[in-house]
Design a protein. Structure first.
Length: 456
């Protein structure tokens, strides 16, 4: 692999300052690498972190231990670890990253080795030469298995889609409901995602309906997708379970429901479901089963099992549990928390997305801390400029100028509206639920503006 020269370019003088990740920090070069090889399906090539360490004259990090649920390197410049297996994408590098030796933004797609990761167990070691996808169920007249090559031979579809974890932004929920625990509710726990359990990629695969048709599906009602990862949890029957999701046949048979084998033109990375994963356009990514091994197609309702029994909205405001399906409208600013900006003209940039369709409008507001606990409006809600034509189920980039910024502590909020009429609510209006699912309030991002002369 050829060595890449580390970027030593400087920022342009006189340009408006942009909200960036860590301006002035060391500029690392990361080589985007695939975690899978064509000849040896489970062969890992040189990772970004390993290439970076080599270029810096350092020894590469040791391989991840078997109890680590993530296979690829997750350098802290681009990721925040929330739990074992939960690597959140940092928002700062989205707009100001080092790619191929140059400082550029991600564009509309997130590179494979920068996408957030949520694994509940160590990814299974799979050789696609011997791997099989098994189709079973009483709605099939020709139950069968598929090889990887047989799936590749079927008509392929490529879609750009944003995937958004159902528990994204869970950290912003109050730990307990407004009325208190009342001996019924527990604090919202486990993975405390902020804004970064989301990303967009170009996905290539075969339509699920074509695979079901090849197995003779007739009048299906429910479809269960079962992964090959083994999740160990003492609360599960027998202490283990394979990750699975049940979806209604109507959703599975839509043209944009795919069984995906490529991500951004490369084989699926191991941490993202190699060799095959499910994609249900618009639904929360918690339903996108990875490392697919079996599909059950039934003429009857299939009761959810395993962790899917917890993917429900429950709480004092829910008389009955509500299944998590369509992802909410959300937005985020391309900036990491607790990074100091210099005074002057600032351009705020961000992204907005929705599981209900395309984004229609984004507004941005800024408040300044006038005294402890007292915030005053610095910039009233202002319509942002959308930087591309909004597409269903894809995020759209936006920007808004913030001129003449003076030193101080600020909080920035973005509020998106989709074409279905859904609008991000105020944080205090988000309905609490036990498992921290679906938060989409316009939660503020706090930042500091201070002159370079104040640097200690």
């Amino acid at each position: 692999m050829a060595r890449r020269r580390r970027d030593r370019g400087g920022g342009g003088a006189g340009r408006p300052q942009e909200v960036t990740a860590e301006t002035g920090c060391s500029r690392r070069v990361f080589i985007v690498g695939s975690m899978t090889g064509a000849a040896v399906p489970y062969l890992a090539v040189e990772t970004a972190a390993a290439a970076d360490a080599r270029d810096l004259g350092q020894a590469p990090a040791a391989p991840a231990p078997e109890n680590n649920f993530v296979v690829q390197a997750t350098p802290s410049w681009y990721f925040i670890q929330r739990e074992n297996g939960s690597q959140e994408m940092k928002w700062g590098p989205v707009g100001y990253a080092v790619l191929h030796g140059e400082h550029v933004g991600y564009g509309e797609l997130v590179p494979n080795d920068r996408m957030y990761i949520h694994n509940r167990a160590r990814p299974p070691e799979i050789d696609r030469r011997t791997w099989r996808l098994k189709l079973t169920g009483d709605a099939l007249t020709r139950p069968r298995t598929f090889t990887y090559e047989e799936l590749l031979a079927m008509p392929s579809v490529t879609l750009k889609r944003t995937i958004d974890c159902g528990a994204n932004c869970a950290a912003f929920f109050p730990k307990l409901p407004p009325g208190g625990a009342d001996d019924r509710w527990l604090p919202v726990g486990y993975t405390q995602w902020h804004f970064g359990a989301v990303g967009a990629a170009e996905w290539t695969g075969v339509r699920a309906k074509d695979v079901l048709a090849a197995a003779g599906a007739e009048n299906p009602v429910d479809v269960q997708f079962i992964g090959l990862d083994v999740i160990r949890n003492p609360s599960l029957p027998g202490g283990t379970a394979r990750y699975s999701q049940v979806a209604p046949a109507g959703k599975v048979l839509e043209d944009d429901t795919l069984l995906v084998y490529r991500m951004n033109g490369q084989d699926l990375p191991i941490d993202h479901g190699y060799p095959l994963r499910l994609l249900l356009s618009g639904w929360a990514a918690v339903s996108y089963v990875k490392w697919l091994g079996e599909i059950e197609v039934s003429k009857h309702r299939i009761p959810p099992s395993g962790l899917q029994t917890r993917h429900l909205l429950t709480g004092p405001a829910y008389p009955e549990p509500v299944p998590l399906t369509v992802g909410p409208v959300r937005s985020a600013i391309e900036h990491d928390r607790e990074i100091t900006l210099a005074p002057g003209d600032i351009t705020l940039r961000g992204r907005a997305w929705s599981g209900a369709g395309a984004i229609e409008r984004v507004d941005v507001s800024v408040e300044r801390l006038a005294a402890p606990g007292r915030w005053v409006t610095e910039m009233p809600w202002r319509a942002a400029t959308l930087l591309s034509t909004p597409q269903p189920y894809m995020w759209v980039r936006f920007e808004v100028p913030w001129p003449g910024v003076k030193p101080g502590q600020y909080r920035v909020m973005s509020r998106a509206r989709d074409k279905a009429g859904n609008v991000q609510p105020r944080p205090e209006d988000v309905v609490w639920n036990q498992h921290g699912l679906g938060y989409n309030g316009h939660y503020p991002l706090e930042l500091i503006v201070a002159p370079p002369s104040d640097m200690p």
